[in-house]
Design a binder for this molecule. Structure first.
Ligand code: ADP
Ligand code: MG
Ligand code: MG
Ligand code: MG
Length: 393
């Protein structure tokens, strides 16, 4: 039986408006409209607008089960508090990239936040061919800042452990452990793919080197506490325009390996890289390059100016860490590429491709690239990945 919290009730458009008025976040006499706009898998999102001024607010509410997985997969309401808390933490380190939280209520599992409707969800934007010239530079800075400032290099190690305790997030981590790190790698476990991909899928399931490396990556995800991660940093969790970038939806936040956020963003650029041609493909290569440059540059600057560790001046320590982050990230990116192709949850970037043959070719390349990233994550770098994509797709 699902355990509903005694004080939990689902918001409706009408009660969402009443709440916004009660909180004083909208003019009490205003003419308000409210629409549920959640396209996500787990939660409801209410968009309330003042019809005269067009000013809006967002109320996101979690329900005690995953919307797509159904009531058979109960999910803690605590994820709403984790999300609100993570937004507040991340915003304290980089307000330019995180929406403001106006109010949150743990029992109702709601987060009331800044309306970002003037921006576009990056996954849909990239699919439509929109340009976000600053996107990857911004996300590189965002990951550098959030991962540096929440690590042992900035926080007192004992204080870090206290923060980590607030972000113990076993149920959401379990979703990642099952859907990203387990199911896609075993023939007998749940999966979803076109029959034309059967041979490519079998090559992964029967490649013992891939399976061993995935086991190591999963172990790293489960045991390392390097920094407070977003935990779900795909292009559907990012709003952007030509000038602005905001990261939403950190309900999977937990203390984990920095490479996981880096790897998810990288993989979601790679879906675009394999599905595009010509100048559009080059644009994604530029984004990939800028992302990694920006992350390494910002992380190094923070290391040199804000590091409190007595080891900060030891020659080779920073390069060692940057190399480790890249290696982990490429491995995690490989898992994401594979799970979005043969696992239960797909991405529109590949699924919207109209020509069946081209789509199967792109998905086959995605699987191959995933296996390569997992196995060769130690020696690969961004230029080598770009070169591989140019040769193979
Ligand atoms: P889920 O956790 O269910 O994936 P998200 O936080 O990703 O929920 O939100 C789902 C959708 O709701 C987003 O893709 C976006 O369209 C809309 N949305 C969420 N937050 C905001 C916001 N602050 N401003 C405007 N729209 C938002
Ligand atoms: Mg989402
Ligand atoms: Mg399977
Ligand atoms: Mg979410």
């Amino acid at each position: 039986m699902t355990q509903y919290h005694s004080n939990f009730t689902r918001l409706t458009n009408a009660t969402a408006i009443i709440l916004a008025k009660k909180l004083g976040l909208v003019d009490a006499d205003a003419n308000l409209s409210c629409k549920e706009i959640g396209d996500g898998n787990l939660n409801y999102v209410f968009h309330i607008t003042d019809t005269a001024t067009n000013n809006g607010i967002i109320i996101k509410q979690a329900v005690p089960y995953a919307k797509v997985l159904g009531e058979s997969w109960p999910l803690t309401l605590k994820r709403a508090a984790i999300e609100a808390n993570a937004l507040i933490h991340f915003r304290s380190y980089c307000p330019e990239f995180v929406p403001q939280v106006y109010y949150s209520d743990e029992q109702l599992a709601i987060t009331v936040m800044e309306d970002l409707s003037h921006l576009k969800i990056v996954r849909s934007g990239l699919i439509a061919g929109d340009s976000f010239p600053l996107l990857s530079q911004h996300i590189g800075e965002y990951v550098a800042k959030t991962s540096f400032y929440t690590s042992d290099y900035h926080l007192e190690p004992s204080a870090k452990k206290e923060v980590a305790r607030q972000f113990t997030n076993p149920e959401l981590c379990k979703i990642t452990e099952v859907f990203i790190f387990t199911d896609p790698f075993f023939e007998e476990l749940p999966g979803d793919f076109e029959v034309e991909l059967t041979d490519a899928a079998k090559r992964i399931w029967h490649d013992q080197d891939v399976i061993l490396e995935v086991a190591k990556l999963k172990q790293s995800f489960e045991t390392e506490q390097e920094a407070l991660l977003h935990g779900d940093l795909h292009t559907g969790s990012i709003f952007a325009s030509e000038t602005e970038t905001k990261v939403i939806d950190p309900e999977f936040a937990f203390y984990g390996p920095v490479g996981f956020d880096l790897g998810q963003y990288t993989a979601n650029l790679l879906f675009q890289a394999v599905s595009r041609n010509g100048a559009g493909k080059e644009e994604i290569f530029t984004q990939l390059d800028e992302f990694w440059r920006s992350f390494e540059k910002t992380y190094s600057e923070l290391w040199n100016t804000h590091n409190k560790s007595p080891f900060r001046h030891v020659t080779g320590y920073l390069p060692y860490l940057l190399t480790k982050f890249k290696r982990d990230a490429f491995g995690f990116a490989g898992c994401e590429l594979i799970r979005r192709t043969i696992g239960l949850s797909h991405v529109a970037d590949l699924n919207v491709m109209e020509d069946k043959e081209t789509k199967i070719a792109a998905k086959t390349a995605t699987l191959k690239l995933g296996a390569l990233l997992i196995k060769k994550r130690e020696e690969l770098d961004v230029p080598a990945v770009i070169e591989w994509i140019k040769q193979q797709t």
